[in-house]
Design a binder for this molecule. Structure first.
Ligand code: ADP
Ligand code: MG
Length: 252
């Protein structure tokens, strides 16, 4: 039987901060079109793991491969390799991180011109198509400060999609939002998943994890504590630590 090359493959990725191991030799293969949700207590290394994947943090050791192309991340990574990786792996943060001095449209067009060499007209056309997809066409000429948090996060998703990534990483994309605004962001993410986007989503939205993710990973102390079919883990976790974490977030 031939096994398809994973779209993303981490091998023994490790990151230590001042002697504290934030990510402890994590290996992970993600199939094309797979949606992986990651949960785990604060400080368990979820953000550091995502940041290592697109090299916002330089791992101490390990390898990362996108579509079989391996990068020795602890060695010197050239700017060209870094740009290529960031283009293929988009990221959305808890805090949106839009450029405040640019309109919504410019926020989405900017990197298409810089990274992909698209003309302004081409970039704007693509940006408008993405804004329609996230339901925000009418906000094209607004500045981020004139958008709700949910709208800003949808713009951030459109901006990440503008480089045609093969994998999208989401780090608690709804944690900074009121619940109803979180729902509109989750709806956009659900649609992306339905369209076949490969996604890794750090989230405490258990309903999203249960209904959208193909696989749930529980992290603790920089390691993968357990992983598997989301409903199986949520209904009957193997580890007591998973059980207590789940009951803690249910009580919130
Ligand atoms: P999570 O996202 O699961 O809450 P993080 O990946 O943010 O966890 O953090 C994992 C551990 O690494 C924590 O102990 C945190 O304090 C530490 N850490 C994360 N980033 C840094 C940093 N830039 N400098 C020092 N320690 C860090
Ligand atoms: Mg985090």
């Amino acid at each position: 039987m031939s096994v398809a090359v994973p779209i993303l493959s981490l091998h023994q990725v490790e990151k230590t901060f001042a002697g504290h191991c934030a990510v402890d030799r994590v290996s992970l293969d993600v199939a094309s079109g797979e949606v992986v949700a990651i949960i785990g207590p604060s400080g368990s290394g979820k953000s550091t793991l995502l940041r290592c994947i697109n090299l916002l943090e330089t791992p101490d050791s390990g390898t990362i491969a996108v579509a079989g192309q391996e990068l020795d991340v602890s060695g010197t990574v050239s700017n060209r390799e870094l740009t290529a990786l960031r283009r293929r792996v988009g990221m959305v943060f808890q805090s949106f991180n839009l450029f405040p001095h640019m309109t919504v449209l410019r926020n989405i067009s900017f990197s298409q011109e810089r990274v992909l060499g698209r003309s302004r007209a081409e970039a704007d056309e693509r940006s408008m198509a993405l804004l329609r997809r996230v339901g925000l066409e009418q906000k094209a000429d607004s500045y981020p400060a004139k958008c709700s948090g949910g709208q800003q996060q949808r713009v951030a998703i459109a901006r990440a999609l503008a480089l045609d990534p093969e994998v999208m990483l989401f780090d608690e994309p709804t944690s900074a939002l009121d619940p109803e605004l979180g729902l509109e962001v989750l709806a956009v993410m659900r649609q992306l998943a339905d369209e076949g986007m490969t996604m890794i989503v750090v989230t405490h939205e258990i309903h999203f994890a249960a209904t959208v993710a193909d696989r749930l990973i529980v992290m603790a102390d920089g390691n993968i504590l357990e992983q598997g079919e989301p409903k199986a883990i949520l209904d009957d976790p193997c580890h007591e630590r998973t059980r207590s974490f789940l009951s803690a977030i249910k009580d919130r």
